[in-house]
Design a protein around this ligand. Structure first.
Ligand SMILES: Cc1ncc(COP(=O)(O)O)c(C=O)c1O
Length: 451
C-alpha cells in the first residue's frame, strides 16, 4: 500500500463498508435522518458553550451544504457583502476560499503570512484594512491555529469587521491559544484529549465554516457547514430553505470514491492502481476536490451518513494525528520545521508541514520508498498553481512570504492510514534527502519577509 496525502487516505474499513451499504440504499441518498442527526451532533459537540455577550444572542444556527465554499458564500451573502466591498483573506489559500468573494462582486484583499509561518499576524492584517473592509476570513492552515487568533478577533470586533472563522482544516483543534497555555501533561494529552471543542472559547467568532470534503480531518467525500450566532443569519436561514439537490449520478460517484481510491492505493505498487487511477480519471469517476456546482446545494443524506460515522471517531482521529505529528516533530531536523510542538498540541494536524530546498527532487526519492507526497497545500498563494492570478485579483510579488512558502512546503501525512513506524521512516528519509535553503529575513514598512 502506498502512502499519499490525498487519494482517499482518510477512510477506514468501517467507512468503506458504510459506503458499500449506502450504494444499495438509494432511498437514503437525498433525505434521511442522518442529516438532522449531523446538525444536532455538530451543534452539541462544538457549540455547547457561549457565555452571554452584549448584543449577541446565544442561539446558534447551523446549515449544511455540499461544499465548505458554499458555506463561505452563504455567510458573505447573509452579511450583505457585495459589489466593491473588501474581504480580507490570507494568501497561501485555496481558490475555493476566494471564489465566493468574487462571485458576490466583492474584492479579496490578500494579506501575507509571516516569514516561514502558515498564517498572518494581526500587524499584517491591520495594514490590509481600509474603509471598505467588511469581513475577514480567518483560516487556520493545515489545522494549526493562528497564534494571534484572540487578538485578531478582538481587534476586528472593535473595528466592526466581521470575522468568519474558516475551520475547514481545523475541525477538532483545541481552543487553547498561547495565552491560555499552562503546560500540558503529554501523557494526559495523548490518551485523554479533554477539550476538543474548537468553538468552546470565550471569544466567539461571528460565523464559522467547516468542510468535510476530500482530505479534510473528517472526510465525507464532500460537505460543508455554516454555524453562526448572528441574528441576521438565523433569520436568513429560515427564509432561504430552497437548496438544490445533487444529482443521483454524482452521489453514486461519491459513494464509489472511497472504494476506488482505496483499491488504487493498495494496488499501485503492482501497477494495477495506476491503471485504475488513469481510467477513473478518464471516465470522470474520481471527482476532483475543486469541482463544485454553481448553485447552492444541500448536503445529500448519504454523505451526511459518511460524515457522522467519522465524526463519532473524531477524538481518536485527532489523537492519532497528534501522535504522528509529534513523531515528525521529534525526529525531523529543526532547520526543516515550520511549526512548534505547541502548534501540534493545539492543532488538528491535518498535515504536518516542513520547509525544504529541493522539493521536486526529494519527492521523487520518496516515491521509491512508497511515499507519494506531490499534493501540496498549497502550491501557490492562491492554489492550485494553474489558477489565473489576475482573475482572483492576486498581484504577483504582493505576498512574498506566501509565494516563498508555496515553493518550499512539503506536507507529511498524519491520517489514519499512516502508522507511527512509517512516520518515523518518513521523517528519517526527509532528514537524509532534504536540502536547506539560504534566506535572510528583511523588514519593509515594519513587516518581516524572507529573501
Ligand atoms: C482553507 C479552506 N477553506 C475552505 C475550503 C473549501 O472547502 P470545500 O472544498 O469543502 O469547498 C478549502 C478547500 O480545500 C480550504 O482549503
Amino acid at each position: 500500500m502506498i502512502i499519499t496525502n490525498s487519494l482517499g487516505s482518510n477512510y477506514s474499513s468501517a467507512d468503506l463498508t458504510l459506503a458499500i451499504k449506502l450504494l444499495f440504499q438509494p432511498w437514503k441518498w437525498l433525505k434521511g435522518k442522518e442529516t438532522s442527526l449531523l446538525e444536532q451532533t455538530l451543534l452539541a459537540k462544538f457549540v455547547k458553550f457561549r457565555p452571554a455577550e452584549a448584543g449577541r444572542n446565544n442561539d446558534v444556527s447551523i446549515r449544511l451544504f455540499l461544499k465548505g465554499r458554499q458555506a463561505i458564500y452563504e455567510a458573505l451573502k447573509i452579511l450583505k457583502i457585495g459589489q466593491g466591498d473588501e474581504v480580507i483573506v490570507q494568501a497561501f489559500t485555496c481558490v475555493a476560499v476566494v471564489q465566493p468573494i468574487l462571485d458576490l462582486g466583492a474584492i479579496p484583499i490578500y494579506v501575507d503570512v509571516g516569514p516561514k509561518n502558515l498564517n498572518p499576524s494581526l500587524a499584517q492584517i491591520k495594514k490590509s484594512v481600509s474603509p471598505k473592509t467588511k469581513a475577514l476570513i480567518l483560516q487556520h492552515t493545515l489545522g494549526y491555529l493562528n497564534r494571534e487568533n484572540d487578538q485578531i478577533v478582538n481587534w476586528c470586533r472593535n473595528h466592526k469587521i466581521i470575522v468568519i472563522q474558516d475551520l475547514a482544516h481545523a475541525l477538532g483543534a483545541e481552543a487553547r491559544w498561547l495565552d491560555d497555555y499552562d503546560g500540558y501533561d503529554d501523557n494526559n494529552l495523548l490518551h485523554h484529549p479533554n477539550t476538543l471543542n474548537t468553538l468552546n472559547h470565550p471569544i466567539c467568532p461571528d460565523a464559522i465554516i467547516l468542510s468535510f470534503s476530500q482530505d479534510k480531518v473528517i472526510d465525507g467525500v464532500s460537505g460543508g457547514a455554516l454555524i453562526s450566532s448572528l441574528k441576521s443569519h438565523r433569520q436568513s436561514f429560515q427564509s432561504i430553505n430552497q437548496l438544490i439537490n445533487w444529482s443521483k449520478i454524482n452521489i453514486t460517484k461519491s459513494l464509489f470514491y472511497p472504494l476506488l481510491t482505496s483499491t488504487i492505493r493498495q494496488t499501485y505498487n503492482i501497477g494495477l492502481g495506476k491503471i485504475i487511477h488513469f481510467v477513473g480519471k478518464e471516465l470522470d469517476l474520481l471527482p476532483s476536490s475543486l469541482d463544485a456546482p454553481d448553485k447552492l446545494t444541500s448536503l445529500p443524506n448519504a454523505l451526511a451518513a459518511l460524515i457522522l460515522n467519522q465524526l463519532s471517531k473524531l477524538e481518536k482521529i485527532i489523537v492519532h494525528r497528534r501522535n504522528i505529528a509529534l513523531i515528525y516533530d521529534h525526529v525531523i531536523y529543526k532547520r526543516l520545521k515550520l511549526i512548534i510542538a505547541l502548534d501540534i498540541k493545539n492543532g488538528s494536524n491535518l498535515r504536518y508541514p516542513v520547509w525544504v530546498g529541493n522539493r521536486d527532487e526529494l519527492e521523487k526519492k520518496l516515491t521509491k520508498h512508497g511515499f507519494y507526497l506531490m499534493d501540496h497545500w498549497y502550491d501557490a498563494p492562491v492554489s492550485p498553481k494553474w489558477v489565473d492570478n489576475s482573475r482572483v485579483k492576486y498581484r504577483l510579488g504582493s505576498c512574498r512570504n506566501a509565494e516563498n512558502l508555496s515553493l518550499h512546503i512539503l506536507n507529511l501525512p498524519t491520517h489514519i492510514n499512516i502508522d507511527q513506524n512509517k512516520a518515523k521512516i518518513l521523517a528519517e528519509l526527509i532528514n537524509k534527502y532534504s536540502k536547506r535553503t539560504n534566506y535572510i529575513i528583511k523588514y519593509h514598512k515594519g513587516l518581516a519577509f524572507l529573501q
